[in-house]
Design a protein around this ligand. Structure first.
Ligand SMILES: Cc1cc2nc3c(=O)[nH]c(=O)nc-3n(C[C@H](O)[C@H](O)[C@H](O)COP(=O)(O)OP(=O)(O)OC[C@H]3O[C@@H](n4cnc5c(N)ncnc54)[C@H](O)[C@@H]3O)c2cc1C
Length: 452
């Protein structure tokens, strides 16, 4: 059995395991290697039981566009081929899991279903519904967090300061090498391959947000990690806040779609001689990312201002009537029509490439707060734009980043200012102290909004 079984693995219903195939209901961890859920399913299948990997494709998902579907489906296409090469069966079901999976489970007389951990509301709802509707166990495995989210803490943590020692205490045990994923033992039978071109044609999503150049899939994610570790990690501690410097990893979309296990990245980074690049990256990848997972797991309204800390809601309310020097609508923000060339450049970087540099995400969101009617409106605009254009959108990191920017989540109070109250403020002067703002503007500002 997996070394960390009792902690990583959670049974979501009371059903008894039966004979018959093992289903791995893949959701968030869309990869074959370094995947604790798939490894657990493989282990349950053993020598004699069939293992079937099932993915349930919904026709629309939380505002995802062609940019997201294209990336995900091309990644799944590679995955199907990789699974097939090892003798496993991949099935693509069309529809929400709670609607289509129970019938499939009973149709193949499956004995147990294993699935991924995901703290987002809709994923939790699907899991609960599936757990109720099937008469075999549904087992959740956390393949996204190095220290499993349900294990590191049983409550919403206050800040990085409170979760950090809990994570660090458990890391030596959990940051372990993955076992190999071995080929199928039993007979898998003939099965038809998925017609991916047809699937891509059939999805009804907004095609005005075009696919981007980033190549999806496990192999590509792994080589991007290798390049980062070899060429950029040494500069990460000092240059990660400079959007012109290219010292960050650009791995967030791979983590988001599960093409790369954060644990694989942590193992690669931790294997380098220790230094600030190593420490700084592990802090972001493990502590900050897992803090976001913790927040969404224990805060069902993680995308609402109501979930912000009380001190921040109070100070924002005190400044609700402050005059806004600039006020923009959603469309003006979307089309990068503000007075600020720097803000517009950040917006265009995101619209064109599906990625905005991390430092700019903070500045970008803070300015939406400053130039919107209310914090509620600002949060709505940030989340809508973020989820529409960032390839890594719809992620716990995004909801937490939005609330951090607008309402002091996981932060403390700062010097009082108009509109922000004591929520942390950022301005262009601060950016100019950190990096060459004009070079950044030059790079992105002449790429107009049209024709993304
Ligand atoms: C307003 C706002 C919106 C954001 N939206 C998203 C989003 O939709 N999806 C997303 O994955 N991240 C989001 N972030 C967090 C962070 O900005 C991105 O994870 C990071 O910029 C991704 O680029 P990278 O992989 O090159 O980062 P790197 O600097 O190379 O960091 C490596 C990894 O560490 C994690 N990480 C880095 N910074 C943070 C952070 N502040 N909080 C949590 N984890 C972090 C991410 O998994 C990231 O991929 C948002 C932040 C803000 C302020």
């Amino acid at each position: 059995m997996l070394k960390v079984d009792r902690r990583r693995i959670l049974q979501l219903n009371q059903a008894e395991q039966a004979d018959g195939p093992v289903i791995y209901w893949m959701s968030r961890e869309q990869r074959l290697r370094d995947n604790w859920g798939l490894l657990h399913a493989r282990e349950l299948a053993g020598e004699n039981r069939q293992l079937i990997v099932v993915f349930c494709l919904v026709p629309s998902f939380l505002g995802a566009t062609l940019r997201h579907y294209d990336f995900m489906l091309k990644g799944l296409q590679q995955l199907e081929q990789d699974l097939r090469n090892l003798g496993y069966r991949f099935v693509l079901l069309s529809g929400a899991a709670d609607q289509v999976l129970p019938d499939f489970v009973s149709g193949v007389e499956c004995g147990v279903v294993v699935t991924d951990f995901d703290p987002l509301r809709i994923k939790q709802q699907w899991q609960e519904a599936v757990a109720r509707k099937i008469n075999v166990p549904l087992i959740e495995v956390d393949g996204h967090n190095i220290v499993p989210a349900r294990f590191v803490s049983e409550k919403r943590e206050f800040s990085a300061r409170t979760i950090r020692p809990k994570i660090h205490r458990l890391l030596p045990e959990f940051l372990e090498e993955f076992p190999d994923f071995s080929a199928a033992q039993g007979e898998t039978g003939e099965y038809p391959p998925v017609n991916w071109e047809q699937v891509l044609r059939d999805v009804v999503v907004d095609a005005t947000v075009a696919p981007v150049d980033l190549v999806p899939g496990e192999a590509q994610a792994r080589s991007a990690l290798d390049v980062f570790v070899a060429e950029k990690l040494g500069r990460y501690a000092y240059e990660r806040n400079d959007p012109n410097s290219e010292a960050v990893s650009h791995l967030s979309a791979y983590y988001h779609f599960g093409h790369l296990a954060p644990q694989r990245a942590a193992l690669s980074v931790a294997a380098r001689p220790s230094g600030e690049g190593v420490d700084a990256y592990l802090e972001e990848l493990i502590v900050r990312r897992e803090l976001a997972e913790n927040f969404c797991l224990y805060t069902s309204n993680y995308d609402s201002l109501d979930s912000a800390p009380e001190w921040a809601l109070k100070t924002l309310a005190e400044h609700a009537e402050d005059r806004r020097t600039y006020l923009y609508s959603y469309t003006e923000f979307e089309q990068a029509l503000t007075h600020s060339a720097l803000w517009n450049a950040a917006q265009l970087q995101m619209v064109k490439t599906g990625y905005m540099h991390g430092y700019m995400r903070m500045y970008w969101a803070k300015k939406i707060l400053e130039w919107s009617d209310s914090p509620e409106e600002a949060l709505r605009i940030i989340i809508t734009l973020n989820d529409r254009y960032q390839l890594d959108g719809r992620d716990p990191n995004g909801y937490v980043g939005a609330l951090w920017s607008v309402a002091g989540l996981h932060d403390r109070g700062w010097k009082k200012r108009s509109v922000f109250g004591s929520v942390r403020y950022m301005n262009e002067r601060g950016c100019r102290r950190k990096f060459d703002v004009d070079a950044y503007i030059k790079k992105w500002a002449d790429r107009g909004f049209a024709g993304n």
